[in-house]
Design a protein around this ligand. Structure first.
Ligand code: PMP
Length: 348
């Protein structure tokens, strides 16, 4: 089924074969026009004069082991943003096909579709930011080649119902992309990563940018059916994950305690910050959050935003109709949150 969903010209496409994809065993590498002398800078013993492994075998194997899925179901990208763009390019014919998104949600899905000249079917989430079990739901998803779901959703912070996600997988004609960027901060039952094992049209996006504290290295990945992964490997840029990124990611994955402790600390602080914000007269409501940020509705969001900005505190403002009175605030460390709270308290 996957094969038929892939853009026809990419089904039999001949990928670029980089020097190291032929053979990596050897002692003297004279195949890739690297500088044999070495490099001017060094990074933790990583051979920066050499091209990295185009198939990222070690990294993908380690990620696969953590999630207890086969390596053939793992694809790594320069952030999940790269994976999103590649998925649109792999499945959607520019000018004729479409993706569906449930809004308000993460803006890159729409941007990736626009860049690729793929149209966007926008469906509004309900008043609790859940998928509406609409009658039109099946029609819409049947006509979309890709359906993007985000859980916990950015910027609303809630998780989507697992039943809705799996029902969508069954109803959809195309691929369901479930973005789990913030899933580590959410209750374990909302994690659908392993559902990929029995839903071949489900692709789950994960990232090291959030709970793992590694936004700077740019490493995201997806867990998907092996046919999706093998096609993504063929269309990606040959060396999309650089050697420093792989090195840092491998080292981080050996320290799951850091991720676990950070998640616990942020969740605790999220509870405290939400409670304190809710007491401020400027605040209308704090939406419940299962992520590392809070969506907060203010009486006058624009003025709070300006007050914060004047004090050098940067939060996120969204311009969609339903969110004009809201700000999205990342949970910081306690002293940052205290300054945020006192600055808002002083705003008129
Ligand atoms: N998905 C969601 C829902 C996000 O909020 C973000 C980053 N803001 C991303 C993906 C992108 O993550 P990455 O850093 O892995 O590209």
């Amino acid at each position: 089924m996957i094969e038929q969903l892939i853009r026809p010209h990419l089904r039999k496409f001949q990928p670029y074969r980089s020097a190291r994809s032929e053979t990596r065993a050897g002692d003297i590498f004279l195949d890739a026009n690297e500088l044999s002398l070495g490099s001017t800078v060094s990074f933790n013993g990583v051979a920066l004069n050499r091209y990295p492994d185009p198939l990222q075998e070690e990294l993908r194997e380690k990620l696969a082991q953590r999630l207890a899925v086969p390596q053939e179901m793992l694809f790594a990208g320069s952030g999940s943003d790269e994976v999103i763009d590649l998925l649109v390019r792999l499945f959607c014919e520019p000018g004729s096909e479409s993706v569906a998104i449930f809004e308000p949600t993460y803006g890159i899905y729409r941007v990736a579709a626009n860049v690729n000249n793929v149209s966007v079917i926008s469906i509004q989430l309900d008043e609790n930011f859940q998928i509406r079990p609409l009658r039109s739901f099946e029609t819409l998803t049947r006509s979309a080649k890709l359906v993007f779901l985000c859980s916990p959703n950015n910027p609303t912070g809630n998780v989507l119902r697992r039943d809705d996600i799996l029902r969508l997988c069954d109803a959809a004609r195309g691929i369901i992309i479930l973005d789990h960027a913030y899933v580590e901060f959410a209750p374990p039952l909302s994690d659908c990563t392993r559902d990929v094992m029995d839903h071949e049209n489900l692709v789950v996006l994960r990232t090291l940018s959030k709970a793992w504290g590694l936004a700077g290295i740019r490493l995201g990945y997806c867990v998907a059916h092996p046919d999706v992964v093998s096609h993504l490997l063929r269309i990606k840029e040959p060396y999309n994950i650089n050697a420093m990124t792989s090195h840092c990611a491998l080292a981080a994955l050996d320290r799951p305690d850091f991720c676990r402790d950070s998640v616990e600390a942020i969740k605790k602080e999220r509870t405290r910050l939400a409670a304190r914000l809710a007491q401020l007269p400027q605040v209308v409501r704090v939406y419940p959050s299962e992520a590392n940020f809070l969506l907060v509705e203010f009486k006058d969001a624009a003025s709070v935003f300006d007050t914060l900005a004047r004090k050098g505190i940067i939060v996120r403002r969204r311009h969609e109709v339903r969110l004009t009175s809201c700000l999205r605030i990342t949970v910081g460390i306690p002293c940052e949150n205290d300054i945020l709270l006192s600055t808002i308290a002083e705003a008129v």
